[in-house]
Design a binder for this molecule. Structure first.
Ligand code: 9MR
Length: 369
Protein backbone atom coordinates (compact mmCIF):
# COMPACT_ATOMS: atom_id res chain seq x y z
CA UNK A 1 0.00 0.00 0.00
CA UNK A 2 1.40 3.38 -0.97
CA UNK A 3 0.62 6.24 1.37
CA UNK A 4 1.65 9.48 -0.18
CA UNK A 5 2.11 11.39 3.07
CA UNK A 6 4.68 13.89 1.80
CA UNK A 7 2.49 14.80 -1.15
CA UNK A 8 -0.45 15.19 1.19
CA UNK A 9 1.43 17.55 3.50
CA UNK A 10 2.60 19.69 0.60
CA UNK A 11 -0.84 19.84 -0.96
CA UNK A 12 -2.46 20.61 2.38
CA UNK A 13 0.00 23.42 3.09
CA UNK A 14 -0.53 24.94 -0.35
CA UNK A 15 -4.28 24.78 0.03
CA UNK A 16 -4.09 26.35 3.48
CA UNK A 17 -2.03 29.24 2.06
CA UNK A 18 -4.53 29.81 -0.70
CA UNK A 19 -7.58 29.67 1.54
CA UNK A 20 -6.40 30.32 5.11
CA UNK A 21 -9.91 30.95 6.44
CA UNK A 22 -11.10 27.45 5.64
CA UNK A 23 -7.86 25.53 6.12
CA UNK A 24 -9.52 23.18 8.57
CA UNK A 25 -11.90 21.79 5.94
CA UNK A 26 -9.40 21.61 3.09
CA UNK A 27 -8.46 18.11 2.06
CA UNK A 28 -5.90 17.22 -0.60
CA UNK A 29 -8.20 14.37 -1.58
CA UNK A 30 -11.32 14.21 -3.65
CA UNK A 31 -12.70 10.78 -2.95
CA UNK A 32 -15.99 11.52 -4.66
CA UNK A 33 -14.22 12.40 -7.90
CA UNK A 34 -11.77 9.49 -7.71
CA UNK A 35 -14.66 7.09 -7.23
CA UNK A 36 -16.69 8.71 -10.01
CA UNK A 37 -13.75 8.20 -12.39
CA UNK A 38 -14.31 4.47 -11.91
CA UNK A 39 -18.09 4.67 -12.06
CA UNK A 40 -18.40 4.28 -8.27
CA UNK A 41 -20.40 6.57 -6.01
CA UNK A 42 -18.57 7.52 -2.80
CA UNK A 43 -20.08 9.13 0.27
CA UNK A 44 -20.64 9.06 4.00
CA UNK A 45 -23.26 9.06 6.69
CA UNK A 46 -24.01 12.38 8.36
CA UNK A 47 -26.68 13.83 10.60
CA UNK A 48 -27.67 16.85 12.69
CA UNK A 49 -24.11 17.79 13.63
CA UNK A 50 -23.85 19.54 10.26
CA UNK A 51 -26.28 22.22 11.45
CA UNK A 52 -23.56 23.62 13.72
CA UNK A 53 -20.32 22.21 12.37
CA UNK A 54 -19.73 24.15 9.16
CA UNK A 55 -16.22 22.76 8.70
CA UNK A 56 -17.53 19.21 8.76
CA UNK A 57 -20.36 20.16 6.42
CA UNK A 58 -17.75 21.57 4.02
CA UNK A 59 -15.69 18.39 4.21
CA UNK A 60 -18.74 16.27 3.42
CA UNK A 61 -19.61 18.55 0.52
CA UNK A 62 -16.08 18.31 -0.86
CA UNK A 63 -15.77 14.53 -0.63
CA UNK A 64 -19.23 13.00 -0.96
CA UNK A 65 -21.54 12.32 -3.88
CA UNK A 66 -23.96 10.29 -1.76
CA UNK A 67 -24.88 10.60 1.91
CA UNK A 68 -26.90 8.47 4.31
CA UNK A 69 -28.90 10.23 6.97
CA UNK A 70 -27.41 8.36 9.92
CA UNK A 71 -30.48 8.51 12.17
CA UNK A 72 -32.98 11.22 11.31
CA UNK A 73 -35.13 9.10 9.00
CA UNK A 74 -35.37 6.21 11.43
CA UNK A 75 -38.79 5.32 12.81
CA UNK A 76 -37.86 6.12 16.42
CA UNK A 77 -36.29 9.46 15.46
CA UNK A 78 -39.28 10.53 13.36
CA UNK A 79 -41.95 9.21 15.73
CA UNK A 80 -40.50 8.97 19.25
CA UNK A 81 -43.74 9.45 21.18
CA UNK A 82 -46.62 8.52 18.87
CA UNK A 83 -47.76 7.91 15.32
CA UNK A 84 -47.12 11.47 14.14
CA UNK A 85 -43.84 12.26 12.40
CA UNK A 86 -41.61 15.25 13.03
CA UNK A 87 -39.78 15.88 9.77
CA UNK A 88 -38.11 19.14 10.80
CA UNK A 89 -34.57 17.72 11.02
CA UNK A 90 -34.80 15.32 8.08
CA UNK A 91 -36.18 18.07 5.83
CA UNK A 92 -33.15 20.24 6.62
CA UNK A 93 -30.73 17.36 6.14
CA UNK A 94 -32.22 16.36 2.79
CA UNK A 95 -32.07 20.02 1.69
CA UNK A 96 -28.42 20.21 2.73
CA UNK A 97 -27.59 17.11 0.72
CA UNK A 98 -29.46 18.13 -2.40
CA UNK A 99 -27.96 21.65 -2.32
CA UNK A 100 -24.49 20.12 -1.83
CA UNK A 101 -24.65 17.71 -4.76
CA UNK A 102 -24.88 14.78 -2.34
CA UNK A 103 -27.55 12.19 -3.20
CA UNK A 104 -29.47 11.71 0.03
CA UNK A 105 -30.12 8.15 1.22
CA UNK A 106 -32.64 7.09 3.77
CA UNK A 107 -31.81 4.28 6.10
CA UNK A 108 -33.67 1.86 8.29
CA UNK A 109 -37.13 2.58 6.93
CA UNK A 110 -38.23 -0.72 8.50
CA UNK A 111 -35.99 -2.28 11.13
CA UNK A 112 -36.92 -4.64 13.93
CA UNK A 113 -34.47 -2.91 16.26
CA UNK A 114 -34.69 0.48 17.94
CA UNK A 115 -38.45 0.92 17.84
CA UNK A 116 -40.14 3.39 20.19
CA UNK A 117 -42.01 2.15 23.25
CA UNK A 118 -45.42 3.26 22.02
CA UNK A 119 -45.23 0.78 19.13
CA UNK A 120 -44.87 -2.07 21.62
CA UNK A 121 -48.34 -1.40 22.98
CA UNK A 122 -50.03 -1.69 19.58
CA UNK A 123 -51.74 -4.90 18.49
CA UNK A 124 -50.26 -7.01 15.73
CA UNK A 125 -53.30 -6.11 13.60
CA UNK A 126 -52.67 -2.39 14.03
CA UNK A 127 -49.00 -2.74 13.25
CA UNK A 128 -49.36 -3.67 9.61
CA UNK A 129 -51.30 -0.48 8.87
CA UNK A 130 -48.82 1.55 10.95
CA UNK A 131 -46.04 0.20 8.75
CA UNK A 132 -47.95 0.98 5.56
CA UNK A 133 -48.74 4.53 6.69
CA UNK A 134 -45.12 5.02 7.70
CA UNK A 135 -43.75 3.96 4.32
CA UNK A 136 -46.35 5.96 2.39
CA UNK A 137 -45.72 9.18 4.25
CA UNK A 138 -41.94 8.98 4.62
CA UNK A 139 -41.00 7.62 1.19
CA UNK A 140 -43.77 9.68 -0.40
CA UNK A 141 -42.62 12.90 1.25
CA UNK A 142 -39.12 12.59 -0.20
CA UNK A 143 -40.02 11.01 -3.55
CA UNK A 144 -37.66 12.34 -6.19
CA UNK A 145 -35.25 13.67 -3.53
CA UNK A 146 -34.18 10.73 -1.37
CA UNK A 147 -33.06 8.51 -4.22
CA UNK A 148 -32.10 5.41 -2.28
CA UNK A 149 -33.65 3.65 0.71
CA UNK A 150 -32.64 0.84 3.02
CA UNK A 151 -36.22 -0.40 2.92
CA UNK A 152 -35.50 -3.19 5.38
CA UNK A 153 -32.47 -3.10 7.62
CA UNK A 154 -30.68 -6.11 9.11
CA UNK A 155 -33.37 -8.75 8.47
CA UNK A 156 -31.31 -11.65 9.84
CA UNK A 157 -29.80 -12.47 13.21
CA UNK A 158 -29.61 -16.24 13.65
CA UNK A 159 -28.64 -16.07 17.35
CA UNK A 160 -32.22 -14.94 18.04
CA UNK A 161 -33.20 -18.54 17.35
CA UNK A 162 -36.16 -17.76 15.10
CA UNK A 163 -37.06 -20.05 12.17
CA UNK A 164 -35.28 -18.90 9.03
CA UNK A 165 -32.71 -16.97 11.05
CA UNK A 166 -34.77 -13.75 11.01
CA UNK A 167 -34.12 -10.93 13.45
CA UNK A 168 -36.85 -10.83 16.04
CA UNK A 169 -38.95 -7.76 16.60
CA UNK A 170 -42.30 -6.06 16.33
CA UNK A 171 -42.59 -6.11 12.53
CA UNK A 172 -41.71 -9.81 12.34
CA UNK A 173 -44.21 -10.53 15.15
CA UNK A 174 -46.96 -8.77 13.26
CA UNK A 175 -46.46 -10.17 9.76
CA UNK A 176 -43.90 -12.96 9.87
CA UNK A 177 -41.06 -12.84 7.31
CA UNK A 178 -43.46 -11.39 4.74
CA UNK A 179 -43.09 -8.01 6.45
CA UNK A 180 -40.07 -7.70 4.16
CA UNK A 181 -42.10 -8.30 1.00
CA UNK A 182 -44.86 -5.92 2.14
CA UNK A 183 -42.35 -3.19 2.96
CA UNK A 184 -40.67 -3.38 -0.43
CA UNK A 185 -43.96 -3.41 -2.36
CA UNK A 186 -45.23 -0.44 -0.40
CA UNK A 187 -41.98 1.51 -0.91
CA UNK A 188 -42.04 0.83 -4.66
CA UNK A 189 -45.58 2.18 -4.83
CA UNK A 190 -44.67 5.29 -2.79
CA UNK A 191 -41.71 6.17 -5.05
CA UNK A 192 -41.39 3.99 -8.16
CA UNK A 193 -38.07 5.61 -9.08
CA UNK A 194 -36.24 5.19 -5.77
CA UNK A 195 -33.45 2.66 -5.44
CA UNK A 196 -34.70 0.02 -2.99
CA UNK A 197 -32.06 -1.72 -0.90
CA UNK A 198 -31.99 -4.60 1.56
CA UNK A 199 -29.21 -3.84 4.03
CA UNK A 200 -27.40 -6.40 6.15
CA UNK A 201 -24.68 -6.54 8.81
CA UNK A 202 -21.85 -8.99 9.57
CA UNK A 203 -21.67 -10.80 6.19
CA UNK A 204 -18.11 -9.58 5.57
CA UNK A 205 -16.86 -11.45 8.63
CA UNK A 206 -15.54 -14.95 8.08
CA UNK A 207 -16.73 -16.05 11.50
CA UNK A 208 -19.69 -18.23 12.42
CA UNK A 209 -22.13 -15.31 12.52
CA UNK A 210 -21.12 -13.83 9.16
CA UNK A 211 -21.05 -17.19 7.46
CA UNK A 212 -24.46 -18.14 8.89
CA UNK A 213 -26.12 -15.02 7.44
CA UNK A 214 -24.72 -15.25 3.91
CA UNK A 215 -26.89 -18.13 2.61
CA UNK A 216 -29.97 -16.74 4.34
CA UNK A 217 -29.54 -13.41 2.58
CA UNK A 218 -28.84 -15.05 -0.76
CA UNK A 219 -32.07 -17.05 -0.47
CA UNK A 220 -33.94 -13.95 0.62
CA UNK A 221 -32.95 -12.19 -2.60
CA UNK A 222 -34.43 -15.11 -4.55
CA UNK A 223 -37.55 -15.17 -2.35
CA UNK A 224 -38.16 -11.45 -2.93
CA UNK A 225 -37.55 -11.78 -6.64
CA UNK A 226 -39.98 -14.72 -6.82
CA UNK A 227 -42.55 -12.59 -5.02
CA UNK A 228 -42.21 -9.93 -7.73
CA UNK A 229 -40.54 -7.42 -5.44
CA UNK A 230 -38.51 -4.54 -6.90
CA UNK A 231 -35.15 -5.12 -5.19
CA UNK A 232 -32.40 -2.94 -6.66
CA UNK A 233 -29.44 -3.59 -4.40
CA UNK A 234 -28.04 -5.40 -1.42
CA UNK A 235 -26.19 -3.27 1.10
CA UNK A 236 -23.32 -4.72 3.11
CA UNK A 237 -22.54 -2.56 6.12
CA UNK A 238 -18.87 -3.40 6.64
CA UNK A 239 -18.30 -2.29 10.21
CA UNK A 240 -15.02 -4.17 10.04
CA UNK A 241 -13.52 -5.73 13.16
CA UNK A 242 -10.01 -6.89 12.33
CA UNK A 243 -9.73 -8.96 15.49
CA UNK A 244 -12.23 -11.35 13.88
CA UNK A 245 -11.37 -13.69 11.01
CA UNK A 246 -11.71 -12.31 7.48
CA UNK A 247 -11.33 -14.03 4.15
CA UNK A 248 -11.85 -11.22 1.66
CA UNK A 249 -11.68 -13.48 -1.39
CA UNK A 250 -14.37 -15.78 0.03
CA UNK A 251 -16.50 -12.70 0.63
CA UNK A 252 -15.84 -11.46 -2.91
CA UNK A 253 -17.02 -14.81 -4.28
CA UNK A 254 -20.20 -14.43 -2.22
CA UNK A 255 -20.73 -10.84 -3.39
CA UNK A 256 -20.35 -12.04 -6.97
CA UNK A 257 -23.04 -14.67 -6.32
CA UNK A 258 -25.39 -11.99 -5.03
CA UNK A 259 -24.63 -9.76 -8.02
CA UNK A 260 -25.26 -12.68 -10.39
CA UNK A 261 -28.88 -12.65 -9.21
CA UNK A 262 -29.20 -9.29 -10.97
CA UNK A 263 -28.94 -6.83 -8.08
CA UNK A 264 -26.39 -4.12 -7.42
CA UNK A 265 -24.20 -4.20 -4.33
CA UNK A 266 -23.39 -1.31 -2.03
CA UNK A 267 -20.97 -0.98 0.85
CA UNK A 268 -23.18 1.08 3.11
CA UNK A 269 -21.49 1.69 6.49
CA UNK A 270 -17.75 1.24 6.15
CA UNK A 271 -15.54 1.82 9.18
CA UNK A 272 -12.92 -0.14 11.11
CA UNK A 273 -13.43 -0.89 14.78
CA UNK A 274 -10.01 -0.14 16.31
CA UNK A 275 -10.82 -1.42 19.80
CA UNK A 276 -8.40 -4.35 19.67
CA UNK A 277 -5.54 -2.33 18.22
CA UNK A 278 -2.63 -0.90 20.24
CA UNK A 279 -2.85 2.51 21.91
CA UNK A 280 -0.11 3.90 19.66
CA UNK A 281 -1.95 6.10 17.16
CA UNK A 282 0.40 5.72 14.21
CA UNK A 283 0.25 1.95 14.57
CA UNK A 284 -3.54 2.02 14.82
CA UNK A 285 -3.82 4.30 11.78
CA UNK A 286 -1.66 1.92 9.76
CA UNK A 287 -3.79 -1.07 10.77
CA UNK A 288 -7.07 0.70 10.02
CA UNK A 289 -5.69 1.84 6.65
CA UNK A 290 -4.51 -1.64 5.74
CA UNK A 291 -7.98 -3.08 6.47
CA UNK A 292 -9.71 -0.37 4.42
CA UNK A 293 -7.29 -0.88 1.55
CA UNK A 294 -7.53 -4.67 1.50
CA UNK A 295 -11.29 -4.80 1.95
CA UNK A 296 -12.09 -2.19 -0.70
CA UNK A 297 -9.46 -3.57 -3.05
CA UNK A 298 -11.19 -6.94 -2.81
CA UNK A 299 -14.86 -5.99 -3.05
CA UNK A 300 -14.25 -3.50 -5.85
CA UNK A 301 -13.21 -6.44 -8.02
CA UNK A 302 -16.93 -7.06 -8.46
CA UNK A 303 -18.20 -4.65 -11.12
CA UNK A 304 -21.69 -4.47 -9.61
CA UNK A 305 -20.34 -2.94 -6.40
CA UNK A 306 -21.58 0.51 -7.29
CA UNK A 307 -21.28 2.48 -4.07
CA UNK A 308 -19.02 2.96 -1.06
CA UNK A 309 -20.38 4.82 1.96
CA UNK A 310 -18.51 5.33 5.23
CA UNK A 311 -20.33 5.46 8.56
CA UNK A 312 -19.22 9.02 9.21
CA UNK A 313 -16.26 10.50 7.51
CA UNK A 314 -14.44 11.68 10.62
CA UNK A 315 -13.55 10.33 14.05
CA UNK A 316 -15.23 13.49 15.36
CA UNK A 317 -18.66 11.85 14.96
CA UNK A 318 -17.80 8.21 15.42
CA UNK A 319 -20.64 6.06 16.68
CA UNK A 320 -18.02 4.13 18.67
CA UNK A 321 -17.14 7.26 20.60
CA UNK A 322 -18.39 7.23 24.16
CA UNK A 323 -20.19 3.88 23.83
CA UNK A 324 -19.77 1.73 26.95
CA UNK A 325 -19.55 -1.46 24.93
CA UNK A 326 -16.74 0.07 22.87
CA UNK A 327 -14.80 0.92 26.05
CA UNK A 328 -15.29 -2.72 27.09
CA UNK A 329 -13.94 -3.89 23.73
CA UNK A 330 -10.90 -1.61 24.12
CA UNK A 331 -10.29 -3.10 27.57
CA UNK A 332 -10.71 -6.64 26.20
CA UNK A 333 -8.23 -5.85 23.45
CA UNK A 334 -5.63 -4.70 25.99
CA UNK A 335 -6.04 -0.99 25.19
CA UNK A 336 -6.76 1.97 27.44
CA UNK A 337 -10.48 2.82 27.67
CA UNK A 338 -11.20 6.48 26.95
CA UNK A 339 -8.59 6.80 24.24
CA UNK A 340 -9.78 8.67 21.12
CA UNK A 341 -11.38 6.53 18.44
CA UNK A 342 -9.48 6.35 15.11
CA UNK A 343 -11.89 4.22 13.06
CA UNK A 344 -12.70 6.57 10.20
CA UNK A 345 -10.98 8.17 7.21
CA UNK A 346 -10.54 11.63 8.71
CA UNK A 347 -9.32 12.46 12.19
CA UNK A 348 -10.89 14.57 14.87
CA UNK A 349 -9.40 17.72 13.29
CA UNK A 350 -10.93 16.72 9.94
CA UNK A 351 -7.56 15.90 8.47
CA UNK A 352 -7.24 12.82 6.25
CA UNK A 353 -5.50 9.86 7.85
CA UNK A 354 -3.73 6.91 6.27
CA UNK A 355 -7.15 5.27 5.86
CA UNK A 356 -8.34 8.09 3.57
CA UNK A 357 -5.31 7.63 1.32
CA UNK A 358 -5.85 3.88 1.43
CA UNK A 359 -9.45 4.36 0.26
CA UNK A 360 -8.23 6.69 -2.48
CA UNK A 361 -5.65 4.13 -3.63
CA UNK A 362 -8.18 1.30 -3.66
CA UNK A 363 -10.67 3.39 -5.64
CA UNK A 364 -8.02 4.44 -8.15
CA UNK A 365 -6.79 0.86 -8.54
CA UNK A 366 -10.30 -0.38 -9.23
CA UNK A 367 -11.48 -1.34 -12.70
CA UNK A 368 -14.48 0.42 -14.30
CA UNK A 369 -17.88 -0.11 -12.62
O1 9MR B 1 -24.75 5.23 14.23
C1 9MR B 1 -26.09 4.98 14.63
C2 9MR B 1 -26.29 5.36 16.08
O2 9MR B 1 -26.09 6.76 16.26
C3 9MR B 1 -27.71 4.98 16.52
O3 9MR B 1 -27.85 5.20 17.93
C4 9MR B 1 -27.99 3.51 16.21
C5 9MR B 1 -29.44 3.15 16.49
O4 9MR B 1 -30.33 3.84 15.65
O5 9MR B 1 -27.73 3.24 14.85
C6 9MR B 1 -26.41 3.51 14.44
O6 9MR B 1 -26.27 3.15 13.09
C7 9MR B 1 -26.43 1.77 12.80
C8 9MR B 1 -27.12 1.64 11.46
O7 9MR B 1 -28.35 2.36 11.44
C9 9MR B 1 -27.38 0.18 11.12
N1 9MR B 1 -26.15 -0.58 11.18
C10 9MR B 1 -25.35 -0.44 12.38
C11 9MR B 1 -25.09 1.05 12.66
C12 9MR B 1 -24.19 1.21 13.89
O8 9MR B 1 -24.81 0.69 15.02
Amino acid sequence: MKLDRRGFLAAGAAAALLRPGVAQAVSPLNLGADAADRGIVFGSAFDREIFDDTAYAALLRAQCRIGSLENSLKFDWLKPTGNVADFSASDRLVDFAVESGIRPRGTALIWNDWLPDWLKWTTVLERRSIMEKHIDEVVGRYAGRVQSWDVVNEPFFPPHGIDGGYRKGLWLDAMGPDYIIHAFKRAAAADPKAQLVLNEAFCEQDDELGKSIRPLLLNEVKRLQDAGVKLDAIGFEAHLRPELPYDDQAFVAYVAEIAALGVDVMITELDVNDSHMPDDEAERDAQVAARVHDFLGAVLQVPRVTTVITWHLSDRYSWYRGADWYADQVRAGGGTPGRPVRSHLYDDQLQPKAAAFAARDALKASGPH
